[in-house]
Design a protein around this ligand. Structure first.
Ligand code: NAD
Length: 298
């Protein structure tokens, strides 16, 4: 089988100075993509800034015979996002792939979380992914081709103590991915999301030490690289990925319980049927979900 190459393609990877983004950038560059390595270079909580991490990854890519340029703009501002996309156009003349990976953590239990801690996490993950994709969209649409990979998290899909801000942001990215998948379809733009687990500075204090060798960033980047490739036909999907395992995560609706004129007590008494999971539906658009549930309702 032929190798999946990115010759002639240009990719922007946000937050590519460390961890997963760095690994995605190396993987895409190794397969011939010209890469914009974006990273603000701040701490895990988003404070501070440095040009070092992005520059180091660019140096490594160039040393390996690839082509890359650094960008240190903030994904969370419209000007920053536009500048990131502009870097790709100025340096390489086009843009094909956007990997929205930049992220920060401000973990706190719900009662102790400040409004600022909530807003700043949403700003980087949700606003940042929206802004960079939004700045790239006209270029992708114009050329009738594009690949967008967003970075969700199991914490968002399933919830996690101390991460109300992060979980909200990461589930928000599922909605963005699904709608981008629908809106991009006519222009050949596919958008998908990953929910990874990997040993990085974000997780090293949380994961058991023996995970380091197995949960490598490279074992997430293979999927990101595939989703960024022309060969990927999927869109609007979410994939759980880590340590060599990849699984589709889907939003499903159960068969439901129906009784036209029901009381509050009827709901209590039929709770098991309301909670039933089988047989479930996995609609991929609101239209599909509405058609199916209307059928059950009318
Ligand atoms: P990381 O801290 O190593 O990488 C995140 C990078 O984003 C950093 O280099 C940081 O400087 C950069 N960044 C932060 N804010 C930015 C901004 N405003 N503009 C530009 N760059 C910015 O962490 P990681 O584990 O590699 O995380 C990468 C992504 O994967 C994040 O979105 C994270 O939430 C997600 N994720 C990671 C895991 C995991 O197991 N490591 C699990 C689920 C989700």
């Amino acid at each position: 089988m032929s190798e999946l190459r990115f010759d002639g393609r240009v990719a922007v990877i946000t937050g590519a100075g460390h961890g997963l983004g760095r690994s995605h950038a190396l993987s895409l560059a190794e397969r011939g993509a010209k890469v914009v390595v974006n990273d603000l270079g701040g701490a895990l909580d988003g404070t501070g800034a440095s040009t070092g991490p992005a520059a180091d990854v660019v140096e490594l890519i160039n040393k390996n015979g690839g082509e890359a340029v650094a960008n240190t703009d903030n994904v969370a501002t419209p000007e920053g996002a536009k500048a990131i996309v502009r870097t790709a156009i100025d340096a390489f003349g086009r843009l094909d792939v956007v990997v929205n990976n930049a992220g920060i953590l401000r973990d706190k239990s719900f009662g102790k979380m400040s409004v600022e801690e909530f807003d700043q996490v949403l700003a980087v993950h949700v606003r940042g992914s929206f802004l960079v994709s939004h700045a790239a969209f006209p270029y992708l649409k114009e050329q009738g081709y594009g690949r967008i990979v967003n970075t969700s998290s199991p914490a968002g899909l399933f919830g996690n103590f101390g991460q109300a801000n992060y979980s909200t942001a990461k589930m928000g990215l599922v909605g963005l991915t699904k709608t981008l998948g629908i809106e991009g379809a006519r222009a050949g733009i596919k958008a998908n999301a990953i929910a990874p687990i990997a040993w990085t500075r974000m997780t090293e204090a949380l994961l058991p030490a023996e995970f380091e060798a197995k949960f490598t960033a490279e074992r997430v980047s293979t999927l990101v690289t595939f989703l960024a490739h022309e060969a990927c036909e999927a869109s609007g999907e979410v994939f759980s990925v880590g340590a060599g395992r990849i699984a589709r995560v889907f939003v499903a609706e159960g068969p439901g319980w129906r009784q036209d004129d029901h009381t509050v007590e009827d709901i209590r008494d039929n709770w098991q049927a309301i909670m039933a999971e089988q047989p479930y539906l996995t609609p991929t658009t609101l239209g599909q979900q509405a058609t199916a549930s209307m059928k059950a309702m009318l």
